[in-house]
Design a protein around this ligand. Structure first.
Ligand code: LLP
Length: 469
């Protein structure tokens, strides 16, 4: 790591990961800007060897800029972490709800990871990206019969969430599948973790998974279903978690249940401990590195298996945010400003809650830089407002930024997870384009939505066309 020049400490340079050796990169989830971020001779931010200002000139704004190197690094650190720290078989599967599109699926598939999908749409995207169905796990608390049929036809593994789904899938499998459908059972482990209320899932009062008091009944039912092949158990406790203890506790709970499942004659030998590792959005966020997290859950699983005297299962983790969150930024163009004396200075950008709904939904915090003024002192306290007709459409409250003027490029960091995937067309604003950057090359991976695109699925019934009261 290089140190920052004193004069630049209070500038955009503070967010660079200062990587001097890309052969041995730091953990992406601990970095605010993608690992390849640099400041070039024009004092402009460069990602993946591409000048961000030029990217905006070429592709427009807002623009999601995905750094392939950072994404691949996160994939490798997860995969190698398990290979180094877990003695049994392991598999890392990407929770594609974080960002599902063809290019992202291709990159992650090429790194040897599997996929978690939660809807027919995510399953379809993943299959279209060329992912083999034996690497796909289908989640969701209310999969429709059509989605279950698609799952059976495609040959993926289904993670069963509840009784209705269990019975529906057993019927579909008996009628349509030549061989038993592989399933995992999702259980609610009753583990609390410190994160936003909306993204906790492991506590008992959760809509996901079988309640612990139903488990034996479920094991007994499944053991009598020749059309289902129950190969594993799953639990997910929440998202954006910095503590390691909840996942260590989870390993113990799942190991106990695995032993119980085996007592019912189920050939269960997969434990899927979900995702949840957090990332750095602000300087005060301090998540464990990917490698340390993997080591902690691997050791906890091994010691739980030892304690409960069961052989080591295949261990699956399904990270989303920590795989892709830190590899992307969103570039916006600065518009006007409004000074409210003694209260607040607003600067407006050309996007907001429709391309990043996390601040308004979860009060999430973000940091930003002015890409074309990376060395300028961040001497102003401003509020970065989106362009939507809603007072709450504030991307960053109290941001430290240099003096800005209309046309500057404001970059919000760590927007790879749950930004594009949660984007909307609120106010009939088209969703932004996305590019992947790598070694000076930029490729469009998602086109910007045009006005025409916004109307593509609108239908105007004939009787309304000329009707006037
Ligand atoms: N597995 C399951 C079953 C999940 O429900 C999730 C996330 C993951 C894995 C991946 O979790 P991650 O590694 O990304 O923490 N929209 C929210 C996050 C919702 C997370 C939903 N489930 C946000 O923007 O913070």
């Amino acid at each position: 790591m290089l140190s920052i020049d004193r004069n630049l400490e209070n500038s955009g340079h503070q967010y660079l990961s200062q990587v001097d050796d890309l052969e041995n990169p730091p953990s992406p989830n601990q970095s605010l800007l993608p690992l390849t971020a640099k400041v070039n001779k024009n004092d402009t931010l460069e990602i993946g060897g591409c000048d961000v200002e030029l990217l905006v000139k070429r592709f427009g704004s807002p623009l999601y800029i995905l750094d392939e190197f950072t994404l691949r690094t996160a994939c490798r650190q997860y995969r190698e972490g398990f290979a180094n720290h877990y003695s049994g078989e392991s598999q890392v599967i990407y929770a594609s709800k974080a960002w599902s599109c063809l290019a992202v699926c291709r990159i992650i598939d090429s790194e040897g990871l599997g996929f978690d999908v939660v809807s027919g749409g995510e399953l379809y995207t993943t299959l279209q990206a060329g992912v083999s169905s034996d690497k796909i796990y289908f989640h969701g608390n209310n999969k429709s019969a059509a989605e279950l049929e698609l799952a059976v036809e495609s040959g993926c593994t289904v993670i069963i969430d509840n009784w209705l789904e269990l019975k529906t899938l057993a019927a579909i499998s008996s009628a349509k599948s030549p061989k038993p459908v592989p399933i995992l059972l999702r259980l609610t482990p009753g583990i609390e973790c410190h994160t936003h209320e909306y993204i906790k899932t492991g506590h008992l009062d959760s809509k996901f998974g079988f309640d612990p008091n139903q488990i034996e009944e479920v094991f007994s039912f499944v053991s009598g279903q020749p059309a289902l092949n129950c190969i594993g158990l799953h639990a997910h406790i929440g998202s954006q978690i910095f503590e390691q203890q909840p996942h260590q506790d989870l390993a113990d709970v799942l190991a106990q249940w695995l032993k119980k499942a085996n007592e019912y004659g189920l050939p269960v030998n997969i434990l899927n401990i979900g995702g949840g590792l957090g990332i750095r959005y602000t300087e005060t966020d301090d998540p464990p590195s990917i490698t340390n997290w993997v080591k902690a859950v691997s050791e906890a699983t091994e010691s739980a298996c030892h304690k409960h005297q069961i052989p080591l299962p295949k261990l699956i983790a399904e990270p989303g945010r920590s795989l892709i969150g830190s590899s992307c930024v969103t570039a916006y163009t600065v518009g006007g400003n409004k000074e409210v004396p003694d209260i607040r200075n607003y600067i407006a950008i050309d996007g907001g809650m429709s391309d990043n709904p996390r601040p308004i939904t979860y009060q999430s915090l973000y940091r930003s830089v002015i890409a074309n003024k990376m060395s300028a002192p961040m001497s102003r306290n401003v509020t970065v407002a989106g362009k939507h007709c809603e007072s709450g459409d504030v991307v960053i409250k109290d941001a430290n930024l240099p003096e800005t003027e209309p046309g500057d490029i404001l970059v919000v960091m760590a927007t790879g997870a749950y930004n594009y995937s949660m984007a909307s067309n609120y106010n009939r604003i088209g969703r932004p384009a996305a590019v992947v950057v790598n070694q000076g090359e930029a490729n469009l991976i998602i086109e910007r939505e045009t006005y025409q695109n916004l109307l593509e699925r609108d239908r105007l019934p004939e009787r309304l066309i000329d009707f006037r009261v």
